[in-house]
Ligand binder design. Sequence first.
Ligand SMILES: C[S@@+](CC[C@H](N)C(=O)[O-])C[C@H]1O[C@@H](n2cnc3c(N)ncnc32)[C@H](O)[C@@H]1O
Length: 488
Amino acid sequence: MPSKKRKRRGERPTIHPKNRYSDSPPDFSLLASLYPSFKPFVFYTRDCRPRIDWTDFNATRELTRVLLLHDHGLNWWIPDGQLCPTVPNRSNYIHWIEDLLASDIITKINTDLNNVRGFDIGTGANCIYPLVGASLLGWNFVGSDVTDVALEWAEKNVKSNPHISELIEIRKVPCAEKDLSGQDSSNCDGESSTNPLEEVKPLESSPPMMASSEDTNYLGPPILLGVVKDGEKYDFCMCNPPFFESMEEAGLNPRTSCGGTPEEMVCQGGERAFITRIIEDSVKLKQIFRWYTSMVGKKSNLKSLISKLRDVGVTIVKTTEFVQGQTSRWGLAWSFMSPAKKMVFSAVAEKSSLSFMLEGLQRQYSAIHVLQAVESFFQSAGVPCKSNASSFTVDITLSNEQCAVILKNEIRDSNEAIGCQYREESSDISSSSCPSVNDLSLRIAVFQQNPGSLLVSGSLQRRESAAPGAFALIFEQIEELLKGKFCR
Ligand SMILES: C[S@@+](CC[C@H](N)C(=O)[O-])C[C@H]1O[C@@H](n2cnc3c(N)ncnc32)[C@H](O)[C@@H]1O
């Protein structure tokens, strides 16, 4: 997995607060005293701190084994060289999904948090997400994979835990086209090497691939489409994708040894291609999943994937950063469900003119004050605009970035995650949170009605240029502001 050095340690979020290791990291001394098989891997520094050699695959695998056993009551093993998960790190992703499901950002269909159903794309031999998700939270899972070794060991890991085995189905991804028609076929990896680091197989040796997507160059087996069965519904999917385009790119982190075969680490086009395919599948599957999520290893990919999500018209995008030690990764989530809060009904979103009444105006205020308040609302977001005191209008043209500033302000003000079209929460992304549209041109006008009441109207000046929804959201903010400021 790619790693990114943190420039300013301690400034970014680290471990999810619900993560059982958030307060106290694993106690190697205690584990060594309880598990004799772990003891040989623990040594003590001069200041008597217990350590393990992170570059020793056997040590990291044994640590994962004892943590899963000690803290989660799980029996677990993987063969040499397979990707060895770090438990605290993988738990962060599970807890983030838990937050997404518990939030009321999107419409809840399944209100029963005891009957959550997830889909783990590429569960691996380690089957870590289904095991942890089922044991911690009682979630049901389908864990998919393509390789014989992953399918065999994921199945073994599930069966070694009878208390949760009912909750987890390991599903083979149909690889060849004939597979999709329901006939038998071989798995996608052919024979797997027991020591992949010695024998790195070129991906060309893989069996028949599915059609490529022009956009992504993803040439691999199906991911969701063709794997999800008719009639199935899921609360979420998750994925720790093959991040790299080659084993050379993957490199071997000299500080750690977590294994990882080419089949686990590499796909043509890397994570960007893989996740783009998930996005394309999601466009077809839409509300079959409440949340689509994936881990992303490179921040540059995160940005381009968010743009892709905007282009395909998702209703919501959420991101988070996972930091462990020196490594940062990102969680990306999106949905096609209707936003439950701050909803912009499509009928409203499509309107090119909107209006509201300001009633019960306080005596000292008149139309000119309202006009000035509108002007300063936009100016505070860096949008130069000038009111026309004779026509009682303000003309405003907002760039994408300015639009983003205004919509982000709303998020900050309400201290709440995004919950409507065209807004995204992005912990650390400087790019716009507006849809990629041309400038938004609008006119706000104020009309005197009866004494003590004003009519405020907004109209889009160039209908085709504007993102439906963005105009409505901004106008909604103006309404809230003016009513709060001027009305009794
Ligand atoms: C980086 S590993 C992740 C394993 C495990 N989920 C984890 O977090 O440690 C990626 C996994 O995706 C699997 N994979 C690759 N292409 C896939 C596809 N089209 N569908 C399902 N799994 C796939 C690989 O075999 C590998 O097990």
